[in-house]
Design a binder for this molecule. Structure first.
Ligand code: ATP
Ligand code: MG
Length: 117
């Protein structure tokens, strides 16, 4: 099992969500987060003063899938939907998942990830 963590622009939220659903991916967590990438945010003029906005609001998606094929599907869907070509488009991380449990049934592993019966 793999977990995909994707940090994307706020305005990409709907497009990324729609792309994941269109790719048949179910089971999605979304959070509002703050972060910075390699540019450390950006600097802005506020009433004549240079102010650095080091932490920018972003959206984090978390998705756990059963295998590498599904992980690749999720990564591609997110990348296409979140892409603008400008700095700050975001980043996608893929992690190994040791265990998953569906609370209602006690199912473990891939069964806990598959659509419920
Ligand atoms: N190495 C990292 N670890 C954790 N979070 C990161 C990392 N890199 C980026 N992020 C998160 O992703 C958000 C977007 O990053 P961003 O797209 O600016 O990355 P970047 O490496 O600077 O690429 P780009 O040059 O395209 O801007 C950041 O605000 C931060 O929340
Ligand atoms: Mg950046």
């Amino acid at each position: 099992m793999y977990k995909i963590e994707a940090i994307v622009r706020e305005e990409a939220l709907e497009d990324v969500k729609d792309a994941l659903i269109a790719a048949d991916i179910r089971g999605i967590t979304v959070s509002q987060v703050m972060g910075c990438g390699t540019q450390m945010g950006y600097t802005q003029l506020v009433r004549g003063n240079k102010v650095s906005m080091t932490m920018l609001p972003k959206i984090k998606f978390e998705i756990v899938v059963s295998d590498e094929t599904w992980a690749n599907r999720a990564v591609e869907a997110i990348r296409q939907a979140a892409y603008s070509g400008n700095p700050g488009d975001g980043k996608i991380f893929v992690l190994d998942v040791a265990r998953a449990v569906r609370i209602r049934t006690g199912e473990e592993g891939r069964e806990a990830i598959a659509p419920a019966q």
